[in-house]
Design a protein around this ligand. Sequence first.
Ligand SMILES: *Cc1c(COP(=O)(O)O)cnc(C)c1O
Length: 237
Amino acid sequence: MTGDERSDELNERLQAVEQRVAAACAAAGRDRGDVTLVVVTKYFPSADLERLHSLGVRDVGENKHQEAAAKLEELPTPVRADLRAHFIGQLQSNKAAAVAAYADVVQSVDRSKIAHALDRGAERHDRTVDVTLQVDLGGDDEARGGVRPDGLAALAEDVAGCPRLTLRGLMAVAPLGADPRAAFDRLAELSERLCADHPEATWISAGMSGDLEDAVAAGATHLRVGSAILGSRPALR
Ligand SMILES: *Cc1c(COP(=O)(O)O)cnc(C)c1O
């Protein structure tokens, strides 16, 4: 898969994003090694996941169950085994158990019903799944989901009580039209509060193609970057 035109294009964009991440870490006095780049491959074919794997990518993000399951299934076994699959999309409870069959991380858990369905699915497939809680940081785009900050502590307790789930931390999307830095600072505060009760739950997943610098500055441990690496999504062209 290496050496074709698309690989060259992905490589260039990946390097450009790497430079942005490195510069943001340097500016914030943070270690590059403390930030995981999750490359969001939604809408792009499994051949691109293979190319990205050849380029050194080990964490990929998908937001739709059927698409994610099909693409991961298509990958050669050693490539699949070498990738960490992050599910980052809205989940319906009737799909959650199926997502637990393949997702290594589910970042978008925002209610107990989803957590329990994931836990049952993980049990059925004899796996464990890492979980971050998606927080709603306000704004009007409620379609994006997320638990309100005042519901966070109770949801964290529920997830911590699920034997097949490992509570890792928080995830959020900056609200449309808001200052992303302020939103991510708020997320960092919520993370600090969560860690008081769950000291291992240190992940902060924040930052996308347009605002990854703000996320790194605010302490993000995971970035979810799609279009800056893959290009404009076909559906949005
Ligand atoms: C698509 C998506 C991303 C990546 O967004 P880009 O702007 O393409 O980098 C990140 N997080 C979530 C939840 C997404 O759905």
